[in-house]
Design a protein around this ligand. Structure first.
Ligand SMILES: Nc1ncnc2c1ncn2[C@@H]1O[C@H](COP(=O)(O)OP(=O)(O)O)[C@@H](O)[C@H]1O
Ligand SMILES: [Mg+2]
Length: 388
C-alpha cells in the first residue's frame, strides 16, 4: 500500500474548483485503482491545513458544515523527517496521530499552490509529488515568463508587452504610449498570474486600455498586454509524461454569447445554466472533442503543444492552450495550466485513458522524477570552514 496525500482547497480564487478536482478526479479514482491509502489534506481559504477522512466527502462543503468542522478539528502539522509525515492530535488526549506520506498529489489551482509554492515546500520535505516541478509550475503560472521562454525557443506567441503596477501608477501616460507604439488594437489585458479569465479584458481604444489595466492591476502587480489573434479558434491539449510524453485529444472549447471565455462561462454553464451547444460537455462548459480541424492544422497544433511542454520543462501533467488564426493557419501559444481542472479526465477518457489509469500513471511519474533527481550529488567537500 502506498500512502498518497491529496492536497486541495487553498488560498486562491480557484479554491472551490480545486475541491471538485480533488474529490472527483483524484481521490475517488485513486481509491478505485486499489493499492493506495488516500489521505485528504484540505487548505482553507485563509490558509489553515486540515487532515481527515471526512474531508473527502463533497457534502461537507455543500452543506456549509465545513465551518463547524474547522472550528473543532485539530490543525495539521507537517514533519520533515527525510520525507513528509502528517501530524495531528488524535481523539485520545495527549496522543498524536502520524502518517508517513509516500507521494503527494497536489490538487490546487491558481495562486499559492499550482504556481510552485506548494512544490517548493514538497521539495524541501524531500517527498515525491505529482505534476510539474517547482520551477516549471512557477514559469507556467507567469504568463510573461512562459511566453518569454516560448518565444526564445521560436514558438509563436501573440505579440505582447508587460508592465508592473508601480511603474504604471508613476508613469501612466508613458506606459500607455509605449503599449500603443508596440501593439495594435484590439488588445487583451491580463493579470500575469491569474487564471479562469479573472481580470482579463479586451480593449479597443485608449480609454478601454486604461480601464483594462486598472482592472488587471487590481488583481496582480504584473500585467501582460497582447495583440488579439484574429479569426480565432481556441484549442487545448492535455499532456502527461516526463521524458516520454503522451498527448490526449486536441479539444476546442466552444463559446456562445460571451465575447470570450469568462469565469462564468467556464465553470457555471456545465451546471444549471447550460444548454447543449457542442459535441461534448465537460467541466469547462462545452467543447468539440476532438477538435474538428483539418489534419494538417490539428497536427501542427499538437506538435506546438508538445514543444511548449518540453521547453517549459513540464513533467507529470499539464495542459497547453493555443490560439489559432483560422485564416492564416498560424498557431500561437497562449498559456500552460500545470494542473488542469479535474485533470481534464473527460478528455483522457476520450483518448482511451481512464481516470484510474491516469492517476496511477501520475503517481508513477512522480516517483520516477523523484528517483532521477535523487541521483544528483548534493554535497561537496571543502576545507572552507577549517580555513575560515
Ligand atoms: N491574444 C488573444 N487573442 C484573442 N483572444 C484572446 C487572447 N488572449 C486571450 N484571449 C481570450 O481570453 C481568454 C482568457 O485568456 P487566457 O490567456 O486564457 O487567460 P486565463 O488564464 O484567465 O484563462 C482566452 O481563452 C481567449 O478567449
Ligand atoms: Mg485560459
Amino acid at each position: 500500500m502506498k500512502t498518497i496525500a491529496v492536497i486541495f482547497g487553498g488560498v486562491s480564487t480557484e479554491h472551490d474548483v480545486s475541491i471538485i478536482t480533488a474529490l472527483t478526479s483524484v481521490i475517488t479514482p485513486l481509491k478505485l485503482a486499489g493499492g493506495f491509502e488516500v489521505e485528504p489534506v484540505y487548505i482553507s481559504k485563509d490558509g489553515r491545513w486540515f487532515w481527515d477522512q471526512r474531508l473527502a466527502d463533497v457534502k461537507l462543503y455543500q452543506s456549509g458544515e465545513i465551518e463547524e468542522f474547522m472550528r473543532r478539528a485539530p490543525k495539521v502539522h507537517l514533519s520533515f523527517d527525510g520525507g513528509l509525515t502528517l501530524v495531528k492530535s488524535s481523539q485520545f488526549a495527549g496522543r498524536k496521530a502520524y502518517k508517513k506520506i509516500d507521494v503527494v498529489f497536489p490538487a490546487l489551482h491558481g495562486t499559492h499552490g499550482e504556481d510552485g509554492e506548494l512544490m517548493g515546500l514538497l521539495e524541501m520535505a524531500n517527498v515525491p509529488y505529482v505534476g510539474c516541478s517547482m520551477p516549471a509550475s512557477a514559469v507556467a503560472m507567469d504568463k510573461v515568463l512562459a511566453k518569454q521562454i516560448a518565444s526564445s525557443n521560436l514558438i509563436p506567441t501573440p505579440k505582447y508587452t508587460y508592465l508592473f503596477r508601480d511603474t504604471y501608477i508613476q508613469k501612466t501616460s508613458d506606459c500607455l504610449k509605449n503599449i500603443e507604439n508596440e501593439l495594435n488594437y484590439p488588445m487583451f489585458v491580463k493579470p500575469a498570474h491569474l487564471g479562469s479569465s479573472i481580470g482579463v479584458t479586451r480593449a479597443t481604444t485608449r480609454d478601454e486600455l486604461q480601464n483594462a489595466i486598472e482592472v488587471a492591476t487590481y488583481y496582480d502587480d504584473k500585467v501582460i498586454i497582447e495583440e488579439e489573434v484574429q479569426n480565432l479558434i481556441e484549442v487545448t491539449l492535455p499532456i502527461v509524461g516526463n521524458e516520454e510524453i503522451k498527448v490526449a485529444c486536441l479539444e476546442r472549447p466552444l463559446k456562445s454569447t460571451a465575447e470570450f471565455f469568462d469565469f462564468d462561462t467556464k465553470y457555471m454553464r456545465g451546471g444549471k445554466k447550460g444548454g447543449k451547444t457542442g459535441s461534448g460537455r465537460d467541466s469547462q462548459g462545452y467543447s468539440e472533442l476532438p477538435a474538428k480541424l483539418p489534419k494538417k492544422l490539428y497536427d501542427k497544433a499538437e506538435n506546438l503543444g508538445k514543444q511548449v511542454y518540453r521547453v517549459l520543462e513540464c513533467s507529470g501533467i499539464a495542459r497547453v492552450d493555443m490560439l489559432i488564426d483560422e485564416k492564416t493557419n498560424e498557431v500561437y501559444f497562449n498559456e500552460v495550466n500545470p494542473l488542469p481542472g479535474s485533470l481534464y479526465a473527460h478528455n483522457w477518457r476520450e483518448a482511451g485513458v481512464s481516470n484510474t489509469q491516469l492517476v496511477e500513471d501520475l503517481v508513477y511519474l512522480a516517483e520516477q522524477r523523484f528517483k532521477k533527481k535523487s541521483r544528483s550529488v548534493t554535497t561537496f567537500d571543502t576545507n572552507f570552514l577549517k580555513q575560515f
